[in-house]
Design a protein. Structure first.
Length: 240
């Protein structure tokens, strides 16, 4: 089995840390770390829903994502007036992933906002965002239940988490850091629920095409990694 530059085995996650209650004001605030990647995920409860959804009587879950200017080695300009394509794609992915596990009909006319801000980027920012935003979402739903807004036990149907995988120098690897991601022949981002159902499978041949067997290997590896993340999420949420 391949040993990587950082000493990990091919099927090994980077060290993952999930810190709840990182900020005092939001309904949920989680700092999640995948190795050197650090993302602050906050959840806010807002009365009302978008106008187009008002007649449904159902709630809404949505997300925003951005990177701080100093999150990478080269300063990145802030998205002040226009959201770039990559940012828009990622925040839509985060929103889809969380909506897949929420029973909107039980939220009432409320919007749950998930804000994912990358403090430091070393690959896998979108997957870390989804995995951390789930924990922040659970905390917000629990708080809303205590406030009498809804029945907290009925809203979140199953966990959700995400991980990257890829093929680098012919080796199939889990949880790519930036160096590996930038050199990958195949790059794959995977989002799965606790029911074992896929929300998203994003696989791209960066240096050419890839086979059905390679895709199967990537998804199998990703599933094993995500199931380990479920255990970490549950441990972080235990007792709270």
């Amino acid at each position: 089995m391949a040993i990587r530059a950082d000493g990990r085995a091919a099927d090994e996650l980077r060290p993952v840390r999930i810190q709840r209650g990182f900020l005092d004001q939001p309904a949920g605030a989680v700092l999640i770390e995948f190795g050197a990647t650090r993302v602050l995920c906050t959840a806010s409860i807002e009365e009302g829903v978008p106008e187009w959804r008002g007649a449904s009587g159902k709630g809404w879950v949505t997300a925003e994502y951005d990177m701080l200017p100093a999150a990478t080695a080269r300063r990145r300009e802030r998205n002040r007036t226009k959201v770039d394509g990559r940012t828009q794609e990622i925040q839509r992915l985060i929103g889809r992933s969380l909506r897949a596990i929420v029973d909107m009909s039980r939220l009432g006319v409320h919007t749950l906002w998930l804000d994912c801000d990358v403090l430091q980027a070393d690959g896998g920012t979108r997957t870390a965002s989804i995995s951390g935003a789930y924990v922040a979402l659970v905390d917000a739903v629990r708080l809303g239940g205590k406030q009498g807004r809804w029945d907290a036990e009925s809203i979140i149907q199953t966990p959700v988490a995400a991980i990257s995988a890829g093929i680098v120098d012919g080796a199939t690897l889990l949880d790519l850091n930036y160096r590996e991601d930038s050199a990958a022949e195949v790059d794959c981002n995977l989002v799965m629920t606790g029911r074992g159902e896929w929300v998203e499978v994003q696989a791209t041949g960066e240096g050419g095409s890839f086979s059905q067997q390679q895709l199967a290997d990537l998804t199998a590896l990703g599933e094993r990694g995500i199931r380990r993340l479920f255990e970490m999420q549950a441990a972080a949420l235990d007792g709270g």
